[in-house]
Design a protein around this ligand. Structure first.
Ligand code: ADP
Ligand code: MG
Length: 250
């Protein structure tokens, strides 16, 4: 579903991604961990067209992201084609990013009705199912300010799912939450993984990574330091940088 080959990204002279290579099979969960500033968000943003890679190749579901290839040369993709690719990818941010003046239900139907042209009655029906799925059937008419952080994040997940994405990206989805609210969001993500969604999750929740992820990738300073089965990697990290990072988390 995702294939990165030596992906590089710089901002001016600052080299942030220095050749990321990894692969995620359909239906797999990959947890991406590493110190602040190591390039985790930038990598997710490249997958989701919020940044354009400078070198290397990034594929989602077999399609090159952001570029078209012709006679071995790459051309930046027209905005419309990029928007089309992006529709199939859901993203959940640390700070929920719900529209504050719209109810939970209105937040969820926005993209399907505006971007996909789904009929409003159909979008509403689907939104109600999704609210039920994330345990918030009662909150359809609540505004974000009337919801806890954990509830807002679950609405944000439902909103991303409303576009029927084939891939979901999570960028520290529980980092802004009070500790007692983390579990409800991770629970929704765990169920999503069980249902077969392909997911890339940037997180510091090692319990989640151990239980749910098929692959754990440790990144530092724009490179993959090591990766593998989460249980094995957490129990027996090989690299000093990984050991140091993990020891600080515990
Ligand atoms: P992480 O998510 O692992 O904490 P980021 O991907 O957010 O790391 O950032 C990696 C580095 O890239 C940081 O040094 C950050 O300041 C820099 N960076 C990220 N986005 C931009 C940008 N749009 N312009 C300039 N520098 C950026
Ligand atoms: Mg980040």
């Amino acid at each position: 579903m995702v294939k990165a080959e030596r992906v590089c990204k710089s901002f001016g002279a600052l080299r942030v991604l220095k050749g990321i290579t990894l692969e995620i099979e359909r239906g797999q969960v990959l947890c991406l961990v590493g110190p602040s500033g190591s390039g985790k968000s930038t990598f997710l943003r490249c997958i989701n067209h919020l940044e354009v890679v400078n070198a290397g190749r990034l594929y989602v579901d077999g399609e090159l992201v952001g570029y078209r290839e012709k006679n071995g040369k790459l051309y930046e993709m027209p905005a419309k084609a990029a928007a089309k690719q992006r529709r199939d990818i859901g993203m959940v941010f640390q700070h929920f990013n719900l529209f504050p003046h719209r109810t939970a239900l209105e937040n969820i139907i926005e993209a399907p009705t505006q971007v996909k042209g789904t009929k409003k009655v159909d979008a509403v029906k689907r939104a109600k199912d999704l609210l039920d799925q994330v345990g918030l059937a009662e909150k359809a008419n609540a505004y974000p300010a009337q919801l806890s952080g954990g509830q807002q994040q679950r609405v944000a997940i439902a909103r991303a799912l409303a576009m029927d994405p084939k891939l979901m990206l999570f960028d520290e989805p529980t980092s802004a939450l009070d500790p007692e609210l983390v579990g409800e969001v991770l629970g929704v993500m765990r169920q999503l993984a069980k249902d077969g969604m392909t997911m890339v999750v940037v997180t510091h929740e090692m319990g989640f990574a151990r239980e749910v992820a098929d692959q754990l990738v440790f990144m530092d300073e724009g490179v993959v330091v090591e990766s593998g089965n989460p249980r094995e990697l957490l129990a027996n990290p090989q690299q000093d940088r990984t050991k140091l990072f993990l020891s600080k988390l515990l």
